[in-house]
Ligand binder design. Structure first.
Ligand code: HEC
Ligand code: HEC
Length: 425
């Protein structure tokens, strides 16, 4: 694994994004970028005569930035309302929040798979946390290996939240609606005025634009700080505001060395530790015989009991050859908030963290795997972790739950420090 290259890519991405925002802000303020840098087409920039903005221009710039911020806040607020609106499914009764519960890191704890809006309809995959998902870059294939990283969903089949949002709305085993029905529900929603305030009145009479606006607002909401608070005990510990217990500290050591967890579950974006690099791997997880999906009607599951989840091997973006190589791979999940999101793995086969650690310690005890091919070369199938180290690993993973109960002055210190490091820029 070429860590440096990977990290550099992500950091560059961040910088580019930051620069883009600045450009956009400048463009919106009405300053001419060309006038400031004095670049003439076809000539080298020689002198940089920075135009000093007049008081009026400055006022305009401030106002434009304020308006931009206010619009962003409007879209985020609208996204939160849509996320929780149970009238958008068919039949009514299910929202994004039904499966992505805010109190459980936006996962659906206790369920291997979740029921759709239609009673008795089940998908085949465990609901992932939505926290920190915004850091997953668009799906990409590495140059140096048959390895993929990024994307949204367990198999990375879409690149953005906006593209993703259209999935659950129209998925028959999820919210089960149609664009026409969704547009009608949005038009008649009590918050229709919020939609026109953020996206213009015209969207209400244009089905495609209206569905697009809803997806856009959902994306804005899912990119808010609610989904990236970075306030677990671990975050306080890393900024030296609290200490870990001896057991937790030992767990961190096992995670980073003996357990090899670090090879896949560690990844920084800027200063922020995400606990995944979003690389797809087959770690040979066994099937979950309890999945109701095996007995779904043939229209939903044509393979019946013989169903195998090929993971990234089923990603429609891959060509036929790559699909074979990616069979059995799933995007490495973050382990932030892992204590809140049991059961575990793409099919929810493991009910507790203890069981997950047991699996990593001796995989063959749990086999046969769902997919035998393409095992990750970054993993040992038989780590034989000692009983004490297993306990320590679990204790460490429990330090990764957001909302650590710290005294107000420590909270303020954490925030100030993180803000100075550019956590939410
Ligand atoms: C019936 C339950 C259900 C509902 C309702 C639902 N989801 Fe999901 N969501 C899932 C499951 C299951 C997955 C994983 C599916 C997969 O990987 O193929 C998922 C995956 C996601 C992901 C990808 C996260 C990642 O890390 O890859 C996002 C983002 C998401 N959902 C957002 C939403 C939004 C927004 C809505 C509402 C428009 C919504 N979901 C409604 C069950 C649900
Ligand atoms: C080769 C890369 C790799 C290594 C090494 C690795 N993991 Fe994983 N981990 C994954 C992938 C990929 C998944 C999802 C697999 C699936 O669902 O089929 C996963 C899933 C998990 C999950 C469940 C996450 C969820 O949301 O359901 C936990 C917990 C976890 N790993 C902890 C660990 C620990 C602890 C270690 C070290 C002992 C470790 N992992 C080592 C790649 C890895």
């Amino acid at each position: 694994m070429n860590i440096d290259k990977n990290l550099k890519g992500k950091i560059m991405l961040n910088i580019q994004y930051g620069a883009w925002l600045v450009c956009a802000a400048v463009a919106m303020t009405g300053f001419s970028v060309a006038a400031q840098t004095n670049i003439q087409p076809g000539t080298e920039p020689t002198t940089t005569q920075t135009a000093v903005p007049t008081a009026l221009e400055q006022q305009k710039a401030t106002k434009a930035l304020q308006e931009q911020k206010a619009l962003k806040a409007q879209k985020e607020a609208l996204g939160a309302v849509i996320f929780n609106d149970v009238s958008l499914s068919s039949p009514a009764g299910q929202s994004c929040a039904t499966c992505h519960n805010a109190a459980s890191a936006f996962a659906d704890p206790g369920k291997a798979v979740s029921e759709g809006a239609v009673k008795g309809a089940f998908g085949n995959r465990n609901v992932p946390t939505l926290k920190y998902a915004q850091f997953s870059p668009p799906l990409q294939k590495e140059e140096y290996a048959d390895e993929w990283s990024g994307g949204q969903f367990w198999d990375g089949r879409v690149d953005s939240f906006k593209e993703q949002a259209l999935g659950p709305f129209f998925n028959p085993v999820e919210m089960n609606t149609t664009p026409a029905k969704l547009a009608q529900a949005l038009r008649s929603a009590a918050y229709a005025s919020l939609i026109s305030a953020a996206y213009g009145k015209a969207v209400l009479s244009d089905e495609t634009a209206l569905v697009d606006a809803a997806a856009d607002a959902l994306e804005a909401f899912q990119k808010t700080q609610i989904f990236t608070p970075f306030d677990s005990k671990y975050d306080y510990y890393k900024l030296e505001l609290v200490k870990l217990s001896k057991l937790e500290e030992r767990g961190e050591m096992v995670f980073n060395s003996g357990g090899m967890c670090i090879d896949c579950h560690l990844g920084r974006v800027g200063q922020r530790q995400i606990f995944t690099r979003f690389v797809h791997h087959n770690i040979l997880v066994p099937p979950n015989p309890e999945l109701p999906f095996y007995t779904q009607p043939t229209a939903v599951n044509p393979d019946g009991k013989a169903f195998v989840d090929a993971g990234t091997g089923n990603n429609p973006k891959l060509n036929a050859k790559d699909k074979l190589v990616a069979k059995g791979m799933f995007k490495t999940p973050t382990v932030r908030n892992i204590a809140l999101t049991a059961p575990y793995m793409h099919n929810g086969v493991f009910k507790t963290l203890e069981e997950v650690v047991e699996y990593y310690s001796k995989m063959e005890k749990f086999w046969p795997p769902e997919v035998n091919e393409n095992p990750s070369r970054l993993m040992s199938t038989s780590l034989s972790i000692s009983e004490d180290d297993k306990k320590a690993l679990v204790a460490f993973m429990k330090t990764l739950t957001d909302g650590y109960d710290a005294p107000p002055e420590l909270k303020a210190k954490l925030r100030a420090h993180q803000e100075s490091l550019g956590y939410w820029e």
